[in-house]
Write a new protein. Structure first.
Length: 316
């Protein structure tokens, strides 16, 4: 309801610019990377954990992917495979593998050593900052096919031209939504988030599913980092910083959308869309560039407080 009201408000204030194909083309395409990151984060939040290292995973995933594409870094692979074809596929796989290692590390520290997820992932994020400083920022060549593929549009309809990254987001969210709502693993994740002690007593291997959540979250973040580097042509250590607050805000906004204060994939996408519509409206209104940060922080506080209030109301 708030999203609809927001669309009506910005539409009335800037009707000639807000309700245009070009504007909604930008809004939906901008949802892609944040949607992938937020979708992975949703799984961690479902089991009651946090992951503050996603910003570092985004940056490291982009740098590693670009390093893999650099012919000077891996001359043997570049000679064996045509540049820009199979190497693109393997570069993304390497980024996903790096994300899996990050998530596995977080999950093992949290479950084996029983250290709070907030502290663990905060520390992991600091470690990744050091790794970023050790690895330099990288630029993709202007004619690199990785960049061309990531920014290509398919299909090129007359009224809408979605980029490939938007289809990547749709595919990831559909897979995650199926995992959470239609599989045994998803039901067990939900059970762990509802009552970890009861889930453990019922025979669920809680540690295994908590680790799985961290691994999927970090893989989504690192994969999005590789796609971000391909879209912008730059792999930067700080490229993921802006996604951290936005991803948490989208997830908590989604928790008050469809399932009574519980995290869910459709709600997360609604939260992502809500943020991007807000940012577009702010830009069209000509407001200063500090407003998106203020609005995002305010939405995060409101969504967290609303989520807790709704849970208490339904429990009563």
């Amino acid at each position: 309801m708030v999203l609809v009201a927001e669309i009506i408000f910005f539409g009335c204030m800037r009707f000639d610019r807000f309700f245009t194909t070009a504007n909604w083309h930008v809004i939906l395409n901008n949802c892609a990377l944040l949607g992938i990151i937020s979708g992975g984060l949703t799984l961690v939040l479902i089991v009651g954990d946090f992951d503050l290292s996603i910003a570092g995973a985004v940056g490291l995933g982009g740098i590693v992917a670009v390093e893999f594409l650099d012919p000077e870094s891996i001359p043997t692979v570049e000679r064996a495979l045509e540049p820009g074809n199979w190497t693109i596929f393997f570069a993304i796989l390497v980024a996903l593998a790096v994300g899996a290692v990050i998530g596995l590390f977080n999950g093992l520290v949290v479950t084996v050593f029983r250290i709070n997820a907030f502290v663990t992932t905060l520390g992991t994020g600091a470690i990744l900052v050091g790794v970023h400083r050790w690895m330099r920022d990288r630029d993709l060549p202007t004619n690199n096919r990785f960049k061309n593929v990531a920014n290509s549009k398919w299909p090129e309809w007359h009224f809408f031209q979605p980029k490939l990254v938007l289809w990547f987001m749709i595919g990831v969210l559909l897979l995650l939504g199926f995992l959470v709502s239609r599989t045994v693993a998803g039901r067990r994740l939900d059970a762990i988030g509802g009552n970890e002690t009861a889930a453990r007593l019922s025979g669920i291997r809680v540690s295994r599913y908590r680790i799985m959540g961290f691994v999927i979250c970090a893989m989504c973040a690192a994969g999005a980092g590789a796609l971000l580097a391909a879209r912008t042509g730059v792999a930067s250590a700080g490229s993921g910083n802006s996604f951290l607050l936005e991803a948490f805000t989208a997830c908590f906004l989604g928790a008050v959308t469809f399932r009574n204060g519980e995290f869910n994939i459709p709600g997360t996408f609604t939260g992502v869309l809500f943020l991007k519509v807000t940012f577009s409206g702010i830009a069209l209104m000509g407001w200063p560039n500090y407003w998106p940060s203020i609005v995002t922080g305010g939405f995060l506080i409101l969504s967290v407080s609303s989520s807790g209030l709704i849970q208490r109301l339904f429990e009563d």
